[in-house]
Design a protein around this ligand. Structure first.
Ligand SMILES: C[S@@+](CC[C@H](N)C(=O)[O-])C[C@H]1O[C@@H](n2cnc3c(N)ncnc32)[C@H](O)[C@@H]1O
Length: 286
């Protein structure tokens, strides 16, 4: 029988009003992109969204790009929670999960692919992209992001990933209880580290520690262990955010690797930009 532990965790996360989705975080990158001004908008009809969750981020991006009358196909275990507007004329939920090495059975070829904050849950994001491209038309727009963690955090996240999946498989309720303990520790660490800053003079870039004034909590969060907290956040909210982190898989997807991959596989790079310490977004043409 197929192991659906991961899907069950994603579904559990879908119950929280607070998710890892932050619709506005991508928008700056799509403003002033000449490519979208010259694309023939009339010809672009079908959008494939992989891991869109509620699809709120994706809908905002499509609106920013001034698309109209699109048919949106969202493939996720989570149901999209957007409604038809002048940007999106129809919404089809392809309920289920994508795997990086199975050929999918979509009935169409698509004009745009959007896969954001999702390839991080796959062992090999390049395989996922290769597989998805089989469903794109020539010159389709590819919007795909890659997760890139410093080495220590990469290893830690992978340990936590194995831990979470095996605990959840054994006993879901107990795993949730253990996550609450981690959240409690996380919140306490955050409280203690709240006002601690450090000035790094000699950076250790290979460990993801860079020059300048940083918050201790940020250094730990970004380079070592993803403890997360915001004052007043409930334990449940913290545990859902930790769970998003633990579900991801650390990969070596540097900009250089993405560039080489794109060249080798004939993806025309329109832009490749870092939007946060851990994420590079590729916009390209198929
Ligand atoms: C962090 S959310 C990102 C949501 C949205 N794209 C955004 O950026 O705001 C990741 C989404 O990927 C979905 N996901 C993870 N693995 C998947 C898979 N194998 N197939 C389809 N969806 C998947 C999860 O269910 C979740 O909704």
């Amino acid at each position: 029988m197929a192991d659906d532990t991961k899907e069950r965790i994603f579904q559990w996360l879908g119950n929280f009003t607070t998710s890892a989705e932050a619709p506005d975080k991508y928008l700056p990158i799509f403003k002033n992109k000449k490519i979208f001004e010259v694309l023939s908008k009339e010809k672009i009809k079908r959008v494939l969204i992989i891991g869109g969750g509620t699809c709120k981020s994706e809908q905002k991006i499509l609106k920013t790009l001034k698309f109209k009358n699109l048919s949106l196909f969202s493939c996720d275990v989570v149901k999209p929670k957007v409604y038809e507007t002048e940007v999106v004329k129809t919404i089809t939920w392809i309920e289920g999960k994508i795997s990086e090495d199975q050929v999918f059975k979509f009935s169409h070829k698509f004009d745009i692919l959007i896969c954001l904050a999702t390839s991080r849950y796959f062992k090999n994001p390049f395989n996922l992209l290769a597989n998805l491209r089989k469903h794109l038309k020539k010159n389709a727009v590819i919007i795909f992001d890659f997760y890139y963690l410093p080495p220590v955090r990469q290893k830690v996240v992978n340990v936590m990933n194995n831990w979470l999946l095996s605990e959840w498989k054994k006993d879901e309720k107990n795993a949730q209880k253990k996550l609450l303990t981690l959240s409690l520790i996380s919140k306490e660490l955050a409280r203690l580290a709240k006002n601690s800053k450090i000035v790094v003079k000699d950076e250790i870039s290979e460990l993801g520690i860079f020059k300048g004034k940083s918050n201790i909590q940020s250094i730990i969060y970004e380079s070592i262990f993803p403890f997360w907290s915001r004052e007043n956040a409930s334990l449940k909210k913290v545990s859902s955010l930790l769970t998003w982190q633990f579900l991801s898989i650390g990969n070596n997807t540097s900009k250089m690797k993405i560039t080489n991959y794109s060249k080798k596989n004939h993806i025309k790079i329109v832009s490749l930009e870092q939007i946060s310490k851990d994420t590079n977004i590729l916009i390209g043409l198929n």
